[in-house]
Write a protein that binds this ligand. Structure first.
Ligand SMILES: Cc1cc2nc3c(=O)[nH]c(=O)nc-3n(C[C@H](O)[C@H](O)[C@H](O)COP(=O)(O)OP(=O)(O)OC[C@H]3O[C@@H](n4cnc5c(N)ncnc54)[C@H](O)[C@@H]3O)c2cc1C
Length: 277
């Protein structure tokens, strides 16, 4: 029986496990190896890690976790998570193992749903981006297109001081990288740019919010309070899969996910040592 089962080995889950390990709480971290930022080889806007390869970042944290003997890391997916009658949890892993835990920290992230647009998935994270904070600076002095959406106006305003030119294009029908730049096709024709900003839909990467009957927000993300607690006692959520009521969607960044993971880890402790709260 673990004190905490942390599901997810991105920044949210890794930080939650680090926090719990430092407090000598038996913790199992599960990682299926599917990270949202897999397509990029450099992440930005992260102090001390600006420009670092996300895989290297995760490897560094894995090394840090080895210092804490109460943390066990397994590279295996969880399949199901259920709340038992006594308020503890059991999880079935993809290798058939069943584990028990007093609490669960969900840090499974979200999955970006690639549109049925030729070339889009191939260029996602290379020349097609969603976040000006993460990849805007790399467009300095370059030509940028923004796919029309409710967020397009904001993106143009954010990118205008950075890029040489920014134009809004209708929903994209094809993208292709060529020697002269990125060909972006839409109903209004073809433009040649260096980068495209677009907002594909996203969905929960794992089924545990549904399995546990957690309250969701309009965005499809798990509803958490400021302490990372979900609507089910003993279940916490951190990272891209969850957000507080004041936000329309998660603040999707490595630092925000790590912060939420630290908060969730601390909340697990808080509820264990101060159960009356
Ligand atoms: C293309 C792209 C580029 C980005 N660039 C930046 C950037 O430059 N800077 C920045 O700050 N942010 C960037 N982001 C955002 C950032 O990657 C996310 O906000 C961050 O990774 C969220 O962390 P997380 O821990 O919530 O989820 P993730 O990092 O997605 O981790 C989810 C974890 O859950 C695991 N998991 C899922 N299902 C299961 C299961 N059933 N069992 C076990 N484990 C499971 C996965 O294997 C993974 O370990 C980028 C995002 C994208 C899409």
């Amino acid at each position: 029986m673990y004190d905490a089962l942390v599901i997810g080995g991105g920044p949210a889950g890794l930080q939650a496990a680090l926090t719990l390990g430092r407090m000598h709480r038996p913790t199992l971290l599960l990682d299926s190896g599917a990270y949202r930022n897999t397509p990029v080889d450099a992440m930005h806007n992260i102090l001390t890690n600006d420009g670092r390869d996300p895989a290297e970042f995760r490897a560094i944290v894995r090394g840090e976790l080895e210092e804490y003997s109460d943390v066990e890391v397994r590279d295996v997916a969880a399949s199901t998570v259920a709340r038992r009658d006594d308020g503890t949890f059991s999880a079935t892993l993809a290798d058939g193992t069943v584990v028990g835990s007093r609490t669960v920290v969900l840090a499974t992230g979200v999955r970006d749903v690639m549109p049925d647009v030729p070339g889009f998935a191939e260029q996602w994270g290379r020349t097609v981006h969603m976040c000006p904070f993460c990849h805007g600076h790399e467009m300095s002095g370059k030509r940028v297109a923004v796919q029309d959406s409710p967020a397009a106006g904001h993106q143009v305003a954010m990118l205008s001081p950075i890029a040489a030119s920014v134009e809004v294009v209708p929903p994209v029908t094809a993208v292709e990288m060529t020697s002269e730049g990125l060909h972006v096709e839409s109903e209004s024709g073809k433009v040649v740019v260096d980068g495209l900003f677009a907002h594909p839909a996203f969905e929960q990467a794992a089924p545990f919010a549904a399995q546990l009957g957690l309250e969701l927000r309009e965005s499809g993300c798990v509803a958490v309070n400021l302490l990372g607690q979900t609507s089910v006692p003993g279940v916490y959520a951190a990272g891209d899969l969850a957000h507080v009521a004041d936000l329309p969607m998660p603040m999707a960044s490595v630092l925000a996910a790590a912060y939420a993971g630290q908060l969730a880890g601390a909340s697990v402790l808080r509820d264990m040592v101060m159960p009356a709260h």
